[in-house]
Design a protein around this ligand. Structure first.
Ligand code: MG
Length: 378
């Protein structure tokens, strides 16, 4: 039996992950679950999966609510649970930068990490990938595009790759004119046409910062320069990404928009097991379009490329400023069009550090949060 911990088990990735895990009771034993604040759902999950421990990382006062199960609390509590419990495989479904320290902690003990979180890789991809390599931890991406790229690369070496095509559906605002962006509501921004996801990533899809973050994520996962990664808008969302090899051959991965496919692949890798998810009906799809993104409309893409090229602490600043701006937008305090504006300003004020350590990265993250709030309050 494989001991598996699901971090962020009450979120979109976590619930899909537990659905996948429940299909293979002879293979996986859930040993740990964590939520930020959704204690009610965590209790339901704990009743079904009977983990050894759970963690409520965004709250306290929950000890005793889980019967005999060990309860950890707070962000330190999550790292504590990861140190104490025996874990073979971890599924990281936590959203945002708060995944970083848990990831660094759990890399000391697991054999495999199924990684859905992109923000930690954006901030500290070099540190994470080096630690994974040193500890011989297999990192299998869960983000649909990166899972596609991982599958296309297969057993080929880094030297065989020429280019990566990162596809994206274009999000809910693909057909909205730029002049209409100032009136975009939260409801419109989170209304993704293809994927059902959490709020933060849905807003990131609307600004297309999500695609920008994914470019940086891919550059770390696959050891590729930022300039070798190209974004393609692909509204049908049938091709989940493509890889071009040195001989000019291109491989693509296709499938339904169902996160359980990349999650299951990551959990069972290098094997493939049965699933009830249907394939595609190509005669119904009829056409596939691929377009260059409009970076005048979606300025976050250029900001992400710039942060990726400048590297060092810039991606952390990009990410932190974006997290704050998105939260302010969701809570109705700023407009949709303020998101790229504020991030650009904060990046312009940052004095970057080359080859940062974890301390520098966390410091830059903190600085950018304070700076973003300060500028927004003006
Ligand atoms: Mg994605």
């Amino acid at each position: 039996m494989e001991n598996i911990a699901v971090l962020g088990s009450t979120g979109s990735i976590g619930t899909s992950g537990l659905d996948v895990i429940s299909k293979f009771p002879d293979r996986f034993k859930v040993c740990g679950l964590s939520t930020n604040t959704n204690v009610e759902l965590l209790r339901k999950q704990a009743k079904i999966f009977k983990p050894e421990a759970v963690c409520v990382s965004g709250g306290s006062g929950n000890k005793g609510k889980f019967g005999k199960i060990m309860v950890y609390e707070g962000e330190d509590g999550l790292c504590g649970m990861l140190r104490d419990v025996k874990i073979d495989t971890v599924l990281v479904g936590i959203v945002g930068s708060s995944a970083l320290l848990p990831i660094i902690t759990v890399l000391d003990k697991v054999k495999k990490m199924a990684l859905a979180n992109k923000e930690a890789l954006v901030m500290a991809g070099g540190i994470i990938m080096n630690k994974a390599a040193k500890n011989k931890v297999t990192v299998v991406p869960v983000d649909s595009e990166h899972s596609a790229i991982f599958q296309c690369i297969g057993k080929s070496g880094r030297e065989d790759l020429r280019r990566i095509f990162l596809t994206g559906s274009g999000g809910p605002l693909l057909k909205v004119k730029k002049s209409g962006f100032k009136d975009i509501t939260v409801k419109e921004a989170v209304n993704h046409p293809r994927w059902k996801m959490g709020k933060k990533i849905s807003v990131d899809s609307a600004t297309m910062m999500n695609k920008g973050l994914e470019v940086i994520e891919a550059s770390w996962l696959f050891n590729m320069g930022i300039n070798s990664i190209e974004i393609l808008i692909h509204p049908e969302a049938v091709v989940h990404s493509m890889v071009e090899f040195r001989d000019g051959a291109i491989l693509a991965q296709l499938g339904a928009c169902d996160m359980r496919i990349p999650i299951q692949y990551a959990l069972t890798y290098p094997e493939r097991l049965d699933s009830s998810i249907k394939g595609l009906d190509f005669s119904n799809i009829r056409e596939l379009k691929f377009l260059k993104p409009d970076t005048k409309k979606f300025q976050c893409i250029d900001l992400a490329y710039e942060a990726g090229k400048r590297s060092g602490t810039f991606p952390s600043v990009l990410n932190a400023s974006n997290e704050i701006a998105v939260r302010e937008f969701i809570e109705g305090r700023i407009r949709f069009i303020d998101i790229p504006r504020i991030i650009e300003k904060v990046m312009g004020l940052h004095r970057g550090i080359k080859n940062p350590g974890l301390g520098d990265i966390l410091e830059a993250d903190k600085w950018a949060r304070v700076k973003t709030k300060e500028l927004l309050n003006k």
